[in-house]
Design a protein around this ligand. Structure first.
Ligand code: TYD
Length: 397
């Protein structure tokens, strides 16, 4: 049974950027997170309907930042060298930024958002435009005997029926097959007070502890864990059929130390989550008062990156266009729309970077802080400053 520990209030769908004619149709829902002491899984108290979130107008493009493009091509090289899979299946393949690196292998792209499915299909990947579940797994098995490598980056946590999703992976995996999951790490979310990872698309926030229990129910075992930098600190978890020999050195020590670190932080006890809830309230109060006082002093404040995360922050902290003039974002389908809920205009970035009249830029895409700092050196050189709430509310540099 899930026990609530966080209430972020009434929120819109975090990626639902709106055209003017859609403003009146916007609906809000109660965004609350809970902890299940039996499985140690942290999940939304109420899941949203998947089809209302992932559809042919989905806006999040995985290749929108250089950091993610580099990350996925490096990951593909590493997996090829370590496991040499003949058949690669990706759950949530988006625009193909990962699977494109396997042009010389059999590839299967699973992507419920038809706009992206069309892109991978066009690039020659066998694409199934559907949600990942047992019936999709059966469809895959009609075309392939088994799959050697299943990759799910920032997608397993999006699936409310996570146990069925894992069983479906076990169903298609070859005897020595590998299942690799990447996901923002619950431990980092808690340490960084990154409550903005909690939104409607993230049905769960994953830990090694919870994944180990879920995998074990499907006779899978975790044989290695890596900490990776993307999305503000993510986990990369490697699993295989229990007792399988995938021919590469196992790193059970990494698994044991990841679980022990999580448990030392208290991820297996409700008390740690209560403390997180208090940390989140403090972060909200500090950010809200910083932005309001800078604005009252006559500063021009904008936001950088129209992320789902910033939607959560602005709605939770009640920061609207009276404080933030606009949000700039490189993603064409977010531009010239209003941000969800608080309705801050989203515009394309200005040529030449943040304009001279801006004093402060809130880092909506705080997870790309170094990429952004590098791009916006002129802004900083003339005295412009960024504001972030991660890991605590601060002005930087
Ligand atoms: P991401 O942080 O992955 O978002 P989410 O919280 O939605 O998962 O997305 C980064 C967003 O920031 C994406 O819309 C692109 C945008 N962006 C910029 O506009 N400029 C930049 O320099 C970078 C790195 C990202």
């Amino acid at each position: 049974m899930k026990r609530q520990f966080l209430n972020l209030g009434m929120q819109p769908s975090a990626n639902a950027f709106l055209r003017d004619d859609q403003l009146s149709e916007e609906t809000l829902f109660s965004l609350r997170m809970g902890y299940d002491s039996k499985t140690s899984l942290v999940s939304l108290m109420e899941f949203r309907d998947k089809s209302s979130l992932f559809h042919e107008e989905y806006v999040y493009i995985s290749s929108a930042s250089r950091t993610m493009r580099d990350h996925f091509s490096k990951a593909a090289l590493e997996f090829s060298a370590r496991f040499d899979p003949k058949t690669v299946l990706e759950i949530g393949s988006n625009d193909g930024v990962f699977i494109d690196n396997f042009a010389d292998r059999n590839t299967v792209a699973i992507e419920p958002c038809e706009n992206f499915a069309e892109m991978t299909r066009g690039k020659g990947h066998d694409t199934i435009s559907d949600f990942w579940n047992m019936s999709t797994a059966e469809e895959v098995l009609q075309r392939y005997d088994t799959i050697d490598l299943v990759f799910a980056a920032n997608s397993l946590s999006h699936i409310p029926e996570i146990d069925e999703a894992i069983r479906s992976v076990a169903r298609v995996l070859s005897d020595e097959g590998i299942f690799i999951v990447e996901s923002p790490s619950l431990l980092n979310v808690m340490k960084n007070v990154a409550y903005d990872q909690v939104y409607d698309e993230h049905a769960h926030i994953l830990s090694v502890t919870a994944l180990a229990a879920l995998f074990s129910d499907s006779d899978l075992e975790i044989f290695d864990v890596e900490n990776i930098a993307v999305h503000g600190g993510s986990l990369r978890v490697f699993a295989q059929k229990a007792g399988a020999n995938n021919g590469t050195p196992n790193s059970y020590d990494n698994v044991a130390s990841a679980i022990s670190e999580e448990q030392s932080y208290g991820l297996d006890s409700y008390d740690a989550y209560v403390q997180f809830g208090l940390d989140v309230e403090r972060s909200r109060d500090e950010l809200s008062s910083l932005l309001r006082s800078l604005k009252a002093a006559g500063n021009k404040i904008v936001a950088y990156g129209a992320t789902a995360k910033s939607s959560v922050v602005f709605n939770y902290c009640e920061i609207g266009p009276d404080i933030i003039d606009y949000i700039s974002d490189t993603t064409p389908c977010k531009q010239n729309k209003m941000s969800p809920g608080v309705h801050i205009p989203v515009i394309p970035p200005y040529d030449g970077g943040i304009p001279k009249d801006v004093n402060y830029a809130f880092l909506g895409a705080w997870n790309y802080e170094s990429e952004i700092m590098e791009k916006e050196q002129d802004f900083v050189a003339r005295g412009g400053r960024f504001i972030t709430h991660i890991p605590s509310v601060r002005i930087t540099p």
